[in-house]
Design a protein around this ligand. Structure first.
Ligand code: UDP
Ligand code: MG
Length: 309
């Protein structure tokens, strides 16, 4: 029988994991395939592990639990789950039921009947989200799509159903800084998106705050494009050009009209402006350098303490 693997990264989800199991198993039970739900406990500080193990004990043939030694972030959880998954089809879902399991049969149908390799989901609304957060999110998608070769659909969620082949391709990408949203697209394959209205989490709280998201956005850009590095070059060229014209102008003017002392404020502004741009450029280089540094160290993305299988 075909096997469906459901990868669920969990961080402080004690209230949601059993709700998730009930809702999801109800849908998958009807799908005429075998399934494994892989809960990855990402170093939760609450009773998530206990809840997952409880589920594992009552449904040993459907539940697996991977317990991390500490919190490694959602990307680590996703990777561990994908590496562990044995299914012919693999899906990744949030534990909070923001990814409606009712879509799984639809996704499976598209893969089987319409020859898609990936069926993803995207939110067409962001209701229940603070407006500035939505605004910055939109800008982020515009920016990353302009500068990178991957076309990340606005509002696309990680929730998607993939064939074994797609997941194997994703696992070939061995980079340490994993920006899954981009990796899922980068591997290519025929992809379809199902659209739905935003659903709020059933319980618990989101682990994202504004700065967390801002950092995530920078990660994404640095992981998928080196365009910011060129900004420094372009700025440098432009400013040198303007400075050169200004120099000729000043020399000619001094030769014709003499050189009355003036212009201290304008000189300060220009110096501060240039200083700012230099710092920005160094910061951009630093951003890439630090990523290279971490990449070179080849540390694992996660450490497993125990697997319940
Ligand atoms: N998550 C995780 N490790 C973390 C943060 C989050 O495994 O360090 C999981 C979390 O339990 C949830 C999913 O990633 O299943 C998405 O997180 P959340 O719902 O907080 O994000 P949002 O849906 O608000 O984007
Ligand atoms: Mg969520």
């Amino acid at each position: 029988m075909t096997l469906l693997s459901i990868v669920v990264p969990c961080y402080n989800e004690q209230e949601t994991v059993s709700l998730f199991y009930d809702a999801t198993s109800k849908v998958v039970d009807k799908m005429d395939m075998d399934y494994e739900i892989i809960f990855v406990n990402d170093g939760s500080k609450d009773k998530t592990l206990e809840e997952c193990v409880k589920l594992y004990k009552s449904h040993p043939d459907h539940v697996r639990v991977i317990d991390f030694s500490r919190n490694f972030g959602k990307e680590g959880g996703l990777l561990a789950g994908l590496e562990y998954a044995k299914g012919d089809y693999i899906t990744v879902m949030d534990a909070d039921l923001q990814d409606p399991p009712e879509y799984l049969p639809l996704m499976m149908e598209s893969i089987n009947n319409e020859n898609y390799d990936i069926v993803g989901t995207r939110r067409v609304s962001r209701k229940g989200e603070p407006p500035i957060r939505s605004f910055f999110a939109r800008q982020f998608y515009k920016l990353i799509n302009k500068f990178t070769e991957v076309e990340i659909v606005d509002g696309a969620r990680d929730y998607r159903l993939m064939t074994r082949q797609v997941v194997d391709s994703i696992l070939e990408l061995k980079e340490y800084h994993r920006f899954s949203k981009g990796l899922f697209v980068w591997v290519g394959y025929k992809t379809k998106y199902l659209e739905y209205e935003n659903v709020e989490r059933v319980a618990g709280e989101t682990s994202w705050n504004f700065w967390g998201l801002a950092k995530y956005a920078i990660e994404g850009i640095v992981a998928f494009t080196t365009a910011p590095l060129q900004i420094a070059t372009i700025f440098g060229l432009l400013i040198s050009f303007v400075a050169f014209i200004a120099m000729i102008f000043i020399i000619v003017r001094a030769l014709i009209f003499g050189d009355p002392v003036a212009g201290w404020p304008s000189m300060m502004t220009i110096m501060l402006f240039l200083g700012g741009i230099q710092l920005l450029a160094i910061g951009i280089i630093g951003e890439y350098l630090s990523k290279t540094y971490m990449e070179v160290k080849k540390r694992p993305n996660y450490i497993v303490k125990k697997i319940y299988e």
